[in-house]
Every structure is written in C-alpha cells, then in structure tokens.
Design a protein around this ligand. Structure first.
Ligand code: DMJ
Length: 460
C-alpha cells in the first residue's frame, strides 16, 4: 500500500464506492436525506461551539473543564490531548481552518520528551491512534514522526516477565510502574502499534502489542473467559470478574478488529474462541430483553446483572462481526437504558432497572453502535434513534462553555468535565451517522477504540 504525501481532502477515502449492503440516502424514511443533512450540520455546529470554547479557554492544554472554565492537564503538563484526539474529526467535518491551526500547534509544540509516568493504554488509544489517523488523512510526515517518537518511548512498558505491559511508563526515563492491570489495557494496543509498524517498516511495535494480546488470551480460564484484573509480573489473575464492560471491553473489540485491519488469522481464531463463551456465559435475558452481565471467569456463574454506558459499544462489535440479530437486540436494550432518564447512566441493574452509578461522562459507545447498525443494516430506525439521543445530549449537556458531563442523569446536575473523547468519538459518531455515507469509506477503515479511523490493509 502506498502512503505517499496526499492533500488532506481525503481524496482516496471518499471516492471508494459504498457497498450495496450499506445504507443509501434514498433508503431512509424515519429521517429523510434532507433532515439527515440538517442534522449533520447541527452536529457540526455543536461540535464547533464546544471547540471554540476549548480554543478560547484551554488552548494548548489537555482538556477544558467547562463549568469552571479552566484547563486541565492530566500529568501536570500538557500533552495536547484534546488537539490530538480531535484532529481527525476536524478533518472529517471539513473544518479546514481549524484543522490546519490544530495541526500547526501539534507540529510545532508537541514533545514527548517529558519526565512523567503516563498511562500506556490511554496514551496509545488517544494520542498514538490520533496521530496515526491524522497522518493517514493529511500525509503530514511530522505527525508520523511524532507517532514514531511516542511509540519508541512507550515500548519499555512491555518489558515485563510475561510480555504484558505495565500500566505506566515514564516517557523520558523509560521506567515503568503498575503491575496490576486488566485485559482492556493489555489487549487494546495492537491496532495502533501494528499501524505504526506498517507505516514505519519497524516490526517491533506490532510484535510487542501482538504478544501482549496473545498472552492475555492464553490466560483465559478453562471455560474460556477472562477476568478484569491481572498482574503483569506473575501473569496471575487478581480479579475473576468477567464481563464486557470497562477493564475488558476493548480487548474483545481488538480481537475482531485486528483481523479486519491486518488480516491476522491468530486474532480471528482468538475472537472465534472468545465470542462463543461471551455469548454463552455473559449474555442474559430479562423480560424478553437481551443484556450482557457479569459472571465469574472460572465457573461462569452469574455474579451481577449490571450493564452500562461502556458496555453499549458491544452492538457495534457484534454487528461488525456479522451477528446482526444479537446486535439489534442489544442496541434496543441500550436505547431503553438511555430512555429511562433521557440520558444513559454509567451503570444500571438491568433486572431491577435501578441505577447503580448515575453519572454520564459524555460517552460515545451507544452512538458508535447506532452508527455501525445504521451502516450495516441501512435501517432508518438507527438515524431516528441517533436524532433522539442527540436532542437530549444537547438539551442536558450543553453549557455556555462547551459540553459538560452529568453528575446524575436523574437530577441532570452537571459535572466539570469534558474529556477529549467527546471530540474524538461522541461528536464524530453523531456526525457520521447523519452525514452522507461517502464522507468516510467505512469498508476501507477500522476505527480504533477511540474512533480514530485507520486504513485497512486487506478488505474482505
Ligand atoms: C474512550 O477513551 C474509549 O472509547 C475507551 O475504549 C473507553 N472509554 C472511553 C469512552 O467512553
């Protein structure tokens, strides 16, 4: 594949014909083509409102806190997290001036030579993923150079006795910390590290991240499940709680997506092993609804009936992997969860319908699944669902200075937080749901878990 310099207008991406299985504008009834275009414009305007506030109140910092109107830097000094995470969304929305300004900031100000311990997983999905995707969209070689520098500085994280990465690595010294981690953090690195190998020709990144994924899978229980806590030095599980929620979620996502992105058969085999047992032990039905709860990884015994905002990514993965019926049913349940209070809670007991954690962190997962289902089924229902969610998203989370998380979806009390994934994911998936399908050649890319599209090597 040729990765020569291209203008940032995504020429190669948007000329690819959309396969007939995907939605066409004329197939819509619930939201017609005209309304979809209007909705895409509204999403773009709302994105810009949040972006302008970030620009005026926190430019150059990791995040804007929208209620106090103050910047926040994760590690006491900025790694430009919001600019890096948002850049490909700016490009996809056609916001050329804003994208150019942001790219210039990154090109001239970003340095990873910092004496700070960063979280390998978060920096990989947000920063490495963001830089690689923006490089593929723009052809700006400085972005690839930054990604390569970052990749090198993250590599020491994998120097454990098991090959499972430590949670934290110091970007300057290469020292590591945090032996206690989880499958999401050990197993959701290969899309980014593998793409870095593909673009630089240096195998080491792919090999280290693949080994971490394989070592995670290898430690599954006799019945085939993984827990949500593991020690990278001993390789022993420190928590046997098994689910598809935070701490495990993107591990499953990457098994399937690494097959799709790289055509890696080991990943396909690991996915095939896993999805059968996930469906067997974690799927649950309550009042005729499909949910995925928690079970013990060794016995498969149900331990809790909770599901939440993070779990709502799973319909997207099920649909992408061809399980459309399950995907549809689970999405219906997620949408019920959303509608209980007009915005989804972080955690819900799906049997009693009692909220166990009432916060809403402006998470994207339910929107992501709505977008996948729309693209893969073509059913207008999903654009209607998206319209309804976007309306309440604006109603409850918009402030005069950007979007604010909710302390409680019940009282709608706000929280002083707007994480970078709001720009990378939440607005991007809303936009792509309503924008013409040709905005992004869905069949030619794979999104990392932070919604950064990476170009596929193989398409099948
Ligand atoms: C994002 O950083 C990623 O989507 C991750 O996989 C899960 N958490 C947030 C969004 O909710």
């Amino acid at each position: 594949m040729q990765y020569g310099c291209r203008v940032w207008a995504l020429s190669l991406w948007i000329t690819v014909a959309t396969p007939t299985v995907f939605a066409t504008e004329s197939a819509l009834t619930g939201v017609d083509a005209k309304e979809a275009r209007q909705l895409a414009t509204r999403v773009r305007e709302e994105f810009l409102q949040a972006w302008r506030n970030y620009e005026s109140l926190a430019w150059g910092h990791d995040e804007l806190q929208p209620l106090s109107k103050t910047p926040r830097d994760w590690y006491g000094q900025s790694l430009l997290m919001t600019p890096v995470d948002a850049l490909d969304t700016l490009m996809l929305m056609g916001l050329k001036d804003e994208a150019d300004k942001t790219r210039k900031l990154i090109d001239t100000q970003l340095s990873f030579d910092r004496d700070v311990y960063v979280k390998n997983f978060e920096i990989t999905i947000r920063m490495l993923g963001g830089l690689l995707s923006a490089y593929e969209l723009s052809g700006d070689s400085r972005l690839l150079a930054l990604a390569q520098d970052l990749g090198k500085r993250l590599l020491p994280a994998f120097n454990s006795p098991t090959g499972l990465p430590y949670q934290y690595v110091n970007l300057h010294t290469g020292k590591v910390r945090g032996a206690a981690t989880n499958p999401a953090e050990t197993g959701s690195l290969l899309l980014e590290f593998g793409t870095l190998s593909k673009l630089t020709g240096e195998r080491v990144y792919f090999d280290k991240a693949k080994r971490a994924l394989v070592e995670t899978h290898r430690r599954r229980s006799d019945i085939g499940l993984v827990g949500d806590g593991i020690d990278v030095e001993t390789g022993k599980w420190i928590s046997t709680d098994s689910h598809i929620s935070g701490g495990i979620d993107s591990y499953y996502e990457y098994l399937w997506k690494c097959w799709k992105l790289f055509g890696d058969k080991d990943c396909l085999n690991m996915w095939n092993d896993s999805i059968v047992v996930v469906d067997k032990y974690l799927a649950d039905s309550a009042n005729g609804e499909l949910w995925y709860g928690h079970s013990d990884m060794n016995t498969g015994k149900r331990t809790s009936t909770q599901y939440g905002a993070l779990d709502a990514f799973f319909p997207a993965v099920l649909a992408f992997a061809g399980q459309l019926d399950r995907a549809r049913r689970l999405q219906d349940s997620s949408f019920k969860m959303w509608n209980l209070y007009g915005v989804e809670p972080e955690v819900l007991d799906y049997r009693s319908k009692r909220v166990k954690d009432p916060t809403y962190a402006l998470r994207p997962e339910i929107v992501e699944s709505t977008y996948y289902l729309y693209r893969l089924t073509g059913q207008p229902l999903y654009r209607s669902m998206g319209r309804s969610m976007f309306t309440s998203f604006v109603k409850y989370c918009r402030t005069g200075n950007g979007y604010a998380a909710l302390q409680s979806v019940i009282t709608k009390e706000r929280k002083d937080e707007m994480q970078s994934f709001v720009f990378a994911e939440t607005f991007k998936y809303f936009y792509l749901l309503f924008a013409p399908p040709a905005t992004l050649a869905f069949d030619r890319i794979v999104f990392n878990t932070e919604a950064h599209p990476l170009r596929r090597i193989v398409t099948r």
